[in-house]
Design a protein around this ligand. Structure first.
Ligand code: NOJ
Length: 708
């Protein structure tokens, strides 16, 4: 703690606390699984530090009284002996009432600006209703789309995830904690949860140490450096050690190496889980192991609150360990300004929630997240001569379902359906015909149709926590539907709503236009309609690699080389004629075209402590204004270990008017080329590094930098 005044406040409060009150601060209870009377009784006795909510008064749960949060807080502040406020936490994963695209969709925007703006707006809505803690950003690198929680991630790439992590943390917390419209962020799940074996949730991860350091940990380091005030330990074990008791992660790396100064909360019931994972013999043992391994707060299982007092009294856990955890939590409560303003301000909530500014940013985020995967013969945008359009598919009349997983507070009435938005946005004189679900056979009997917009994809029940799948194909019956609609011989625009990359091999060969919209949130319908009719030029790019077949998974662009010197993912399978991905990482089309030229590196030699500037000229050579996401990749040609065939090291979103040229510039420093070397130290090795500036991970202008 580097702030003496803050330290003084924390210490003086700590001195007044009984052991029971100290342990109380380390206990997070759950609003709905613990009876209300019990919760309020415990709050009165100072035995609760945080309450985890699954709904708030202005949100989905109408049976909760309007002043629920404030009533609980009043008991803490006015009726408990020391008046320490409760920290209310909720999974505000991609917005509160104004729902933004799922994090995987946000990653497809490649927009630092939107990552910050959406987080900031989610924070403002949450803070106004008294929720001062969100359990996000989720920074689990996800290379396996069978895993349902890939939707909550920023995708497969370490650099993209780390960049967006910083912006998200800044958005939620501000430059420093304390603003009335800011909340505490939580970098989760520390660590390696995305490496879930077989894409199975709540499971085990096997991650070699070098891969942990180089691929899985950097986004967490970035979040910590950006000031994230809390970190959540992950459910999984790595190589047999559950993250809840992983001292190497929680103490050596997080606290000592990175200087993390906030508090660590477990994931749901993770202390209790320790005996199920075969590590602890009972709840007491589990509590002792977790608190001495660097956990500060126990999420909802009550192990700390049941056991820590007696463990300290019997001398099994030193009181200093408990004191440290309490200090970490109290410090954040002070920094958040909870002692000065502990209450929700529902007056402010009414002005903030779903306000025009938030909806506008939700629209921009949804528009920029949508990836145009295919556009044969420039079918899109739909031209004015297209006068009669059929709209079909199981998702055209969805509302709340467009929000995807972790939509706890959004309401159906907040969102317009895709069908409504298409009708609103289509040029005057265009006839829109809704083809009822199950009646797609009637397509041809509708007179002359000029195009069909077919919306398919995943219901949120097939995406998110515990929603793992063995096949990445569209949900049952939908591929047949796509084929049937295609067979009608009318040009088809397929819109896919999903929380993960799906297997689209047949569609990618047969359906002329494909828009990948992820779960786009409250304004998703409008974003899709704007893109269909050319009011917005699509600009999203894939934050994950799309496989041709589920059997190729895991398939990710920054793999290592195989014995033929090729990317390991290019090794062919017998049953698939083409190798490699269907769509590479970083891929996405536009209604215009961008030409890349004039790559320059200056100087061509990168000295230790030096830097090089890498520039290229990007020209909008098509007829539409548009935004291009320009990407910088590197490859270490020869090193002490086999290194990735490409690694993203920079990106920029550039707006170009039709015909315009701009120079895009990236700075590369030696630390950008660092990795875990053969001797397990972190650093660089001299030698040649190939460099690309390009529109995606599979192509680009190429040159070489020599690191001395
Ligand atoms: C379990 C999930 O793994 C975690 O991400 C979430 O924040 C907690 N539940 C709280 O709801």
């Amino acid at each position: 703690m580097q702030n003496p005044q803050l330290e003084e406040k924390v210490n003086s409060l700590l001195k007044q606390m009984t052991l029971v009150e100290k342990v109380g601060q380390l206990h997070q209870t759950h609003r709905t699984s613990c009876p209300h009377e019990k919760v309020t009784e415990m709050i009165k006795k100072g035995q609760v530090g945080s309450v985890l909510l699954w709904g708030i008064p202005t949100g989905g749960k109408d049976d909760e009284p309007e002043n629920d949060i404030n009533a609980m807080q009043k008991i803490a502040v006015e009726e408990s002996r020391l008046g320490i406020p409760i920290l209310f936490g909720l999974d505000v994963i991609h917005g509160l009432r104004t729902v933004f695209p799922v994090p995987l969709g946000m990653a497809a925007t490649w927009s630092r600006k939107l990552a910050e703006a959406t987080a900031s707006m989610a924070a403002a809505e949450s803070a106004s209703v008294g929720v001062r803690w969100t359990f996000t950003p989720m920074l689990d690198i996800s290379r396996d789309p069978r895993w349902g929680r890939i939707a909550e991630s920023f995708g497969e790439d370490t650099y993209l995830c780390a960049e967006l992590a910083k912006d998200a943390v800044r958005g939620y917390q501000g430059e420093e904690l304390g603003g009335e419209d800011k909340i505490l962020a939580c970098a989760k799940h520390f660590a390696g949860y995305g490496a879930a074996e077989g894409g199975r949730d709540h499971t085990i991860s096997s991650i070699p140490e070098r891969m942990l350091n180089d691929i899985y940990l950097p986004p967490f380091e970035a979040a910590v450096k950006a000031g994230a005030g809390s970190v959540m330990s992950a459910f999984n074990d790595i190589d047999g050690v559950p993250c809840t008791v992983n001292r190497k992660l929680l103490i050596d790396i997080l606290r000592e190496k990175w200087g993390f100064d906030g508090f660590v909360v477990t994931d749901w019931q993770c202390v209790d889980n320790l005996h199920l994972q075969g590590i602890a013999k009972d709840r007491n043992d589990a509590a002792k192991m977790a608190i001495t391994s660097g956990i500060d707060m126990d999420m909802v299982d009550g192990c700390f609150s049941d056991s820590l007092t007696s463990l300290v009294e019997s001398g099994e856990v030193p009181v200093e360990v408990v004191d440290n955890a309490v200090k970490n939590i109290l410090k954040i409560k002070f920094q958040l300004g909870l002692f000065e303003q502990p209450y929700a301000d529902f007056g402010r909530a009414k002005k903030t929630i779903l306000c025009g500014k938030h909806k506008q940013i939700a629209l921009e985020a949804a528009e920029q997240s949508i990836v145009l995967l295919r556009n044969e013969d420039s079918l899109l945008p739909l031209k004015p001569e297209i006068k009669k359009i059929a709209v079909a598919g199981p998702m055209v009349e969805c509302r709340k379902e467009l929000n995807g997983c972790w939509d706890l507070i959004g309401r159906a009435e907040d969102a317009a359906t895709i069908l409504e938005c298409i009708k609103e946005t289509a040029p005057e004189g265009t006839e829109i015909v809704r083809i009822a679900n199950g009646f797609e056979d009637t397509l041809l009997s509708n007179g002359k149709l000029d195009a069909v917009v077919l919306v398919v994809g995943e219901h949120p029940k097939r995406s998110g926590e515990g929603k793992d799948i063995t096949s990445l194909k569209l949900p049952s019956g939908q591929e047949e539907l796509v084929r049937k609609v295609h067979a009608a011989g009318i040009p088809v625009v397929m819109v896919v709503i999903a929380g993960r990359q799906l297997e689209l091999s047949w569609a990618a060969q047969n359906i002329p236009a494909i828009l990948y919209a992820w779960h786009p949130g409250t304004m998703g319908g409008q974003a899709i309609a704007n893109i269909l009719f050319g009011k917005t030029n699509p600009s999203g790019k894939t934050p994950v690699t799309f496989p041709r077949h589920t059997g190729q998974v895991p398939i990710y662009y920054n793999c290592r080389r195989n014995i033929a010197g090729k990317p390991a993912i290019m090794q062919p399978y017998l049953e698939i004629p083409e190798q490699g991905p269907l769509f590479p990482f970083g891929y996405g089309l536009s209604y215009t075209t961008f030409d890349y030229g004039n790559l320059k590196i200056s100087p061509a030699v990168l000295k230790q402590n030096g830097e090089v500037e890498i520039t290229a000229e990007i020209t909008n050579s098509g007829d539409y204004d548009g935004e291009e996401i320009v990407q910088l990749y590197v490859k270490d040609c020869a090193a002490s270990v086999n290194r990735p065939v490409k690694e993203l090291k920079g990106f920029d979103r550039v707006f170009l008017k039709s015909g315009e040229t701009k120079t895009v510039s990236f700075i590369l420093k030696p630390e950008d080329l660092a990795f875990t070397r053969l001797d397990m130290t972190w650093g660089t090795e001299p030698g040649e590094h190939e460099i690309w500036i390009g529109p995606n991970s599979s192509t680009g202008l190429k040159s070489v930098v020599r690191l001395t």
